[in-house]
Design a protein around this ligand. Structure first.
Ligand SMILES: [Zn+2]
Length: 397
């Protein structure tokens, strides 16, 4: 049942994507055409939006649309733009996209504006891609780099990850309004830090030995991104709106996007995102944010490298991350994700999906089976592998 569904999803993904690769021709979408950022970026964006179209369709979640449509209309009306709102609820799904395409037609939209978190922006980008219209992204939190990338994730109406779609461009305009981002719960920035951290742990595994110039550049940027986050996150969270906070927002929304752009549409994800994708199939996991599940997934990935490869570098990287996670409040265990009471069957289901044939977990340089993944998922905070001498125990407390 699951396999048939996955296969039809993959063929749907192929149909949705207009990107074609001939043997020697590779398309690269590195960055949005224009980025406007500042304390009042939104209020000053009217002219830039008006250059892209006259009839914007504003795509967002119900609550975001209720609170921001009046503000957006006040910016668009002086430019003589006729806008209409359209909700993507319940999720970034094929059903929502079908009704949004109808809404775009009805409004005769000539530009799409996506406003909200990662899923709202992914929906708006994919809608624009399908309708071949310009796209403006307005992130309302720093929880992901979705405002930047030429990639959308598709979920079921129940919120389970199904597949991703490579888009034929990055957004035409990205509006990064720091005052707007500052109104989001602090937890969203913490999640964004988790998602951005994964760039290094995943790219260095999947692409660390690549001889390709742009891939080398992407992997090195991922290391720089990790170091910036290690250095500035704690201070940023203490002073929302301050200088370090702005730098960390730039890191999670912009620099994380640069790495995806240079490195290719998939951002070269490995086990951390595969674990996230598996977890989205457990209903109880829906209260955890994308970046929270990914951050936990990084620990699982390192744990796999320790357990299967005997990789001591992974063991110390995991200890370093556990310390950092407890400083800034990222989840370290299933319990922290609100999954302390899931059944063994649910854990197995998540592990089996994460180990599926097309899963990015197989970019690890060794084979992973669901039993091993389940063992890693329940031991993310263990001090050392039980089979090995406890070399790090002394320095732990
Ligand atoms: Zn992610």
């Amino acid at each position: 049942m699951l396999n048939t569904q996955n296969m039809s999803n993959q063929s749907a993904a192929k149909k949705l994507s207009t990107q074609t690769f001939r043997s020697s021709l590779l398309s690269l979408f590195v960055a949005p055409r224009q980025i406007l950022r500042g304390e009042q970026a939104l209020a000053e964006s009217g002219e830039a939006i008006a250059r892209l179209g006259k009839r914007p369709l504003i795509v967002g979640g119900d609550r975001t649309l209720a609170s921001f449509t009046p503000q957006l209309q006040a910016i668009l009306l002086p430019q003589q733009l006729k806008s209409a709102p359209a909700s993507y609820s319940p999720d970034c799904s094929e059903v929502s996209l079908a009704s949004l395409r109808a809404a775009a037609n009805k409004h005769q939209a000539d530009v799409i504006i996506g406003i909200g978190g990662g899923k709202a922006l992914d929906t708006a980008k994919l809608l624009a891609h399908q309708c071949q219209l310009p796209i403006v992204t307005i992130p309302t939190s720093a929880a992901t780099c979705a405002a930047w990338t030429a990639l959308s994730n598709i979920y079921s109406e129940q919120g389970a990850f199904e597949y991703d779609v490579a888009l034929d461009k990055c957004p035409d305009l990205l509006l990064l309004d720091y005052s707007l981002i500052q109104t989001a719960p602090q937890r969203t920035l913490v999640a964004g830090i988790g998602d951005a951290l994964a760039k290094w742990y995943e790219a260095s595994v999947s692409s660390g030995s690549s001889p390709a110039t742009l891939i080398i550049a992407a992997v090195q940027q991922a290391r720089v991104l990790r170091d910036i986050l290690f250095q500035k996150s704690a201070a940023a969270l203490q002073e929302p709106g301050g200088e370090e906070w702005r730098e960390v927002v730039d890191a999670t929304v912009l620099l994380a996007g640069v790495i995806g752009g240079l490195g290719g549409a998939q951002c070269r994800t490995v086990a951390a995102h595969a674990v996230h994708n598996g977890l989205t199939h457990i209903p109880a996991a829906h209260n955890a944010l994308h970046g929270e599940k990914v951050a936990y997934g990084i620990l699982v990935q390192l744990r796999l490298e320790e357990m299967i490869q005997g990789n001591q570098l992974a063991a110390s990287a995991r200890q370093q991350l556990l310390k950092f996670y407890s400083e800034i409040g990222l989840p370290q265990t299933l319990d922290d994700l609100g999954l302390g009471h899931i059944t063994l069957a649910e854990l197995r289901q998540a592990a089996e999906i994460a180990c599926g044939k097309a899963s990015d977990i197989h970019r690890l340089p060794f084979t992973v089976v669901p039993e091993q993944l389940m063992a890693a998922m329940v031991s993310t905070t263990s001090l050392v592998d039980g089979n090995r001498s406890p070399i790090n125990l002394a320095s732990e407390n």
